[in-house]
Design a protein around this ligand. Sequence first.
Ligand code: LAC
Length: 200
Amino acid sequence: LRLAFDVYGTLFNPQVPGVPEEIMSEWRQKQLEFSWRLSLMGRWVDFDEVTKLALNHVYRRRGLSVDSRLVEGWLKLEPYDDTMTLRELSKTHTLYTLTNGTLKSIKKLLENAQILNLFTGFYSVEDIKVYKPSPKVYTEFIKRFGDAYLVSSNPWDIAGAKNAGMRAIYVNRHNQPPDPLSDEPDITVKTLRELPQHLQ
Ligand code: LAC
């Protein structure tokens, strides 16, 4: 099967070392909000830049001075333990990325984690300059690479894929309740480790 992986939050833990959890979560939320608002406005700013804008905004809002080097932490995120299951999955399935991130940054992450070579193809929304969960992203992926499953831990991403008619595998690591805007994922697992047995 073709498996199209979301990157941030699915393969890599979006936690920059040295950033308190509360600020990190607001940073991540603003990063996503900015990406969605830009797409609704029909504008394009790449995800690295969006991440920078969100960082500055979150610190300013709190009246704190910001160390802009923190943004480089996104190039050094840790993969989840179960991400290493991709080594096994790549033997019998074809792996792709399907990410809001820039190819430059996500390839660096995959390289650091020594899993870059497991992928057959890399797809980023930079190609069409509109962010997930726009249906255009998922349909463009399928047009280009063929039918595939999106694999994501982000419920809004699963919702987006199902909405666009793409099959989806939800990695529900944190036991989140179902997303009210989403159709049922085709497969739900708690970690990527369960995936090989589901896809036999
Ligand atoms: C990704 C982020 C947005 O697409 O989760 O990798």
